[in-house]
Write a protein that binds this ligand. Structure first.
Ligand code: ZN
Length: 652
């Protein structure tokens, strides 16, 4: 996932170190999987692998396969149908416990259609409700159910909220624990499942999922509807099951890559991501064969709250990554890298989210370097270093427990609130530090082997350290000590041996920013800055530079109108902090035309901090924008602006 701003969600949980114990194998893993290509992997039973954000009882009984048969109802905003689960259980297992969130369950039966006793427990605002099914001898259970209209994982968009304005749209976002609001299963990243799905939709609409699709047209179903079928024969953590329905077209980029988008967007998107096959080559070069078949992108409507979501075979992408000049495509390199880190080797719990994101951010950099060269990548890494310093400041400084890689998110906390940018940037810095210490060739060979050794398996920080000691540092244990593996993972702040990559190109930019801040001579600012240089320049300028100098920049560069979302954001961040009046309209246009958390949360936060005019402007813009935002974005901004709801705040 490409993530978000975090200051509004700081938590002060007690952080404790957990022990490093060898992995034990779980019972109930000997079941024959439905899929033919990958065996169902064991769950981990180490203390670090205990998932407090799931009700599941995998030691007694675990789900190995999910089969969905669902009708999409765009009038009532409901998915309804059956989830049939294959279960691997201990011989004397009494029950299986599943995760649900505001699902209406009408019936639970065994494979032969006989009713099974079940109980839906009390619903918790974060975790939803446990669904306990008395198994008897059953190893297949079928659950008839429907979702709530405000299911957390699903956003139903009206036609007006799409580009084409003709058909409605639906998309899901499962990470971290949202999929239980549309799929009754064991929703823990450590419990991998194969899956298949039949999704029936109104005529004229297309369905895509994070799996192989049977046929392009779907099969005719009752009432002028069509049924599309999908199959994922590799075991995945359930947060990676993803669905989108809308007026979608496909355009191939190569034999095994391409883009899905609304018709008006599909050519533009295919052009923007034309280098996707080169990314795939670079990634395979580094980390071995891509194991998922196709790799496609789905361009979502602008309310998609994240930069991207690495749903297998079909990354979900924000349209704000399309700048028209391919300058923001590192996002696709990031999501592609998740095909190894995250999707192949997965954090066993959200406490080790950094294993997904730190490895991916590191691999993203390596892919970008291979495709576009070291100079461009040095700019990205220099920007990342600055972002990391900002993040640490926002989280309360280098002693804050929130700056640890391995965090302890208690059951009382939404995992979303404990997952911060630290996992990405500090995680990548950690791996860069090891790479530098052992040498690139040795590190590359180790990482490729690591993905192979743990393919389709959950992983913990303790497991990673154990693997590194047994392989990478086998002949030189003192090296591991010098690097300080435990300090990096379990202690706050960034150790002194971290690598700060400095971009040479930024030297000129830094000098230009300094001179401009002092003298205000806009003719001395380079006019040929690339996107990363522009962002650096804007971030360099003081937050109290004054409106005259901003007006001079505005006249020269027109950043109030730029369609490059990253530059627009960096500009607004500077201009709003300076209370530059012409930025108000630009902020309104930007905040009402997309709902990406990374941009939306910091800009509202900044406005709320600008006494006199800021809070009123923030509330006025939010009243207009809120109905178009995703529920996740609404929840975040509600807290920032102190939203209490008014008649203008109709939810969609
Ligand atoms: Zn990611």
């Amino acid at each position: 996932m490409r993530f978000r701003f975090l200051a509004a969600f700081a938590f002060a949980a007690a952080m404790t170190l957990t022990g490093c114990k060898p992995a034990e194998k779980a019972p109930g893993n000997a079941a024959t999987p439905v899929a033919d290509t990958q065996p169902i992997p064991p769950i981990l039973l180490t203390p670090e692998a205990q998932d407090v954000h799931s009700y599941a009882n995998p030691r007694e009984a675990r789900v190995t396969h999910v089969s969905l048969d669902l009708q999409a109802n765009f009038v009532d905003h409901v998915l309804a149908g059956t989830a049939t689960l294959d279960v691997a259980a201990e011989p004397n297992a009494q029950k299986i416990v599943l995760d649900t969130d505001h699902l209406t369950i009408s019936k639970v039966t065994d494979g032969a259609g006989h009713a099974l006793h079940y109980q839906l427990g009390q619903s918790d605002p974060i975790h939803g409700a446990p669904l306990t099914v008395q198994l008897g001898q059953a190893r297949t259970i079928a659950i008839d159910y429907q979702t709530a209209p405000d299911a957390k994982a699903l956003q139903w968009l009206a036609p007006e909220q799409t580009l084409g304005k003709k058909y409605p749209f639906l998309f899901s976002q499962g990470e971290p624990i949202l999929n239980r609001s549309w799929i009754p299963t064991q929703d823990s990243p450590g419990i991998r499942q194969t899956w298949d799905a039949k999704i029936t939709v109104p005529e004229g609409m297309n369905v895509v999922m994070s799996a192989a699709r049977d046929s392009a047209l779907g099969a005719l179903a009752a009432g002028d509807r069509r049924t599309f079928s999908f199959k994922m024969d590799k075991p995945v953590p359930p947060y990676l099951i993803a669905l989108a329905i809308g007026d979608l077209r496909y355009k191939a980029i190569s034999d095994n890559t391409g883009v899905w988008a609304e018709p008006a967007m599909v050519d533009k998107a295919a052009d923007e991501f034309a280098d996707l096959p080169r990314f795939l080559d670079a990634a395979e070069n580094l980390y071995g064969p891509y194991r998922w078949g196709r790799y496609d992108l789905l361009i979502l409507p602008p309310s998609f709250p994240y930069g991207g979501m690495e749903n297998p075979m079909l990354t979900f992408v924000t349209p704000t990554a399309i700048a028209g000049d391919r300058s923001l495509v590192s996002l696709a390199a990031h999501e592609l890298a998740h095909s190894w880190s995250g999707n192949l080797v997965t954090n066993a719990t959200w406490n080790d989210f950094w294993l997904n994101e730190g490895f991916t951010t590191y691999a993203e950099g390596r892919i970008m370097e291979q495709v576009y060269g070291a100079d461009r990548e040095a700019m990205e890494q220099d920007l990342m270093w600055s972002d990391l310093q900002d993040t640490i400041k926002q989280l309360g400084g280098p002693k804050s427990p929130m700056t640890k890689l391995h965090v302890d998110i208690p059951a009382s906390q939404n995992p979303d609130d404990g997952m911060t940018q630290i996992a990405y940037d500090k995680g990548a810095e950690f791996l860069m530090t090891i790479e530098k210490a052992v040498g690139r060739d040795k590190f590359d060979a180790w990482l490729k082997g690591y993905f192979d050794r743990h393919a389709f398996s959950p992983q913990t920080s303790a497991g990673l350290i154990e693997d590194m000691r047994a392989t990478l540092f086998k002949d030189d244990p003192r090296m591991a000590k010098r690097i300080g593996l435990e300090q990096w993972i379990y202690q706050p702040g960034v150790p002194a041996n971290a690598i700060h990559v400095k971009s040479e190109a930024f030297e000129e930019i830094d000098a230009a920013a300094k001179a401009f801040a002092k003298k205000g001579d806009v003719t001395a600012v380079p006019t040929d800055m690339v996107t990363q240089e522009t962002i650096r320049f804007l971030n360099d300028l003081p937050r109290n530079i004054g409106t005259d100098k901003l007006a001079a920049l505005d006249n020269q560069f027109h950043w109030n109108q730029t369609g490059n979302s990253e530059i627009r954001f960096a500009w607004l961040d500077l201009a709003l902090a300076n209370k530059y009046p012409p930025a108000s309209k630009s902020a309104e246009q930007f905040l009402t035309s997309q709902g990406r958390l990374k941009f939306v949360e910091p800009l509202y936060t900044l406005l709320m901090q600008q006494a006199d005019w800021g809070p009123a402007l923030a509330k006025q813009i939010y009243a207009e924008a809120r109905p178009t935002y995703h529920p996740v974005t609404q929840a975040g901004v509600d807290k920032i602006v102190g939203w209490t709801g008014t008649p203008t705040a109709a939810t969609n």
